[in-house]
Design a binder for this molecule. Structure first.
Ligand SMILES: *Cc1c(COP(=O)(O)O)cnc(C)c1O
Length: 226
């Protein structure tokens, strides 16, 4: 199993390097986050031994539990990529180095109210036509950006999105790149673009993604949790 994990990790990294080369980009500008959701903490430890320093979780309880169990892994950055509830802001902040899913002022305020060292946050953008999905609707991006920049303990680093299921990822990522430019008009150094999963990370690299959130291509299939 560990050998297979190492092989899959190396394979994904080679594909990222290829995609970067094709796009005329430097692969060292791209952070590969391994999404470990639903997998046991032993997998996080194994990834750490393989040199992985960025892992992602999408549920607060699992993030919190794994953070406690891996507290000794120095330099491990935990990215929270799931929907955050305002009443879990303290727990998210205690465990995560980066929160990718700030999509409303109330959530930003809840994270900010906890205080502490500056927390890196990304503004999640809804690329679908369904306003019930996670992410701020694009029309409200500037307003949210202005609000979050006013949160003193939060540092707006960029945008995040998930490609819609019913649209070609390349087209969705191209729009996301445009939203990134709009954000940078408000927050000039918010240059991160978190996009790209197992199915579409090469297209995300082509569209300028700086942070890839890759799960099953590296970890193998997720254990079924309903
Ligand atoms: C699970 C998840 C991923 C990784 O998905 P894979 O298809 O396994 O690579 C990326 N981003 C988010 C927000 C996720 O929830």
């Amino acid at each position: 199993m560990p050998a297979e994990l190492a092989e899959r990790l190396a394979d994904v990294d080679a594909r990222i390097a290829d995609a970067a080369r094709t796009a005329g980009r430097d692969a060292s500008d791209i952070t590969r986050i391994v999404v470990t959701k639903f997998h046991p903490v032993a997998l996080v430890e194994e990834l750490y031994r393989l040199g992985v320093r960025d892992v992602g979780e999408n549920r607060q309880q699992e993030l919190t539990a794994k953070a406690a169990e891996t507290a000794a892994l120095e330099g491990l950055r935990r990215h929270f990529i799931g929907q955050a509830q305002t009443n879990k802001a303290r727990a998210v902040r205690a465990a995560a180095s980066v929160v990718h899913t700030v999509d409303r002022a109330r959530l930003a305020d809840a994270l900010d109210a906890v205080g502490g060292d500056p927390l890196d946050v990304l503004l999640q953008i809804n690329l679908t036509d369904d306003s019930g999905r996670g992410g701020v609707v694009p029309d409200d991006l500037e307003r949210l950006a202005e609000h979050v920049t006013g949160c003193r303990s939060l540092r707006v680093r960029g945008v995040m999105a998930v490609a819609p299921l019913d649209e070609a990822p390349a087209a969705a990522f191209a729009r996301l790149h445009g939203y990134s430019e709009r954000l940078r008009a408000v927050v000039p150094d918010a240059t991160w673009i978190s996009a790209g999963m197992t199915a579409d990370f090469e297209m995300a690299v082509a569209a300028g993604a700086t942070h890839l959130r890759i799960g099953s291509a590296i970890t193998g299939p997720r254990p079924d949790r309903g």
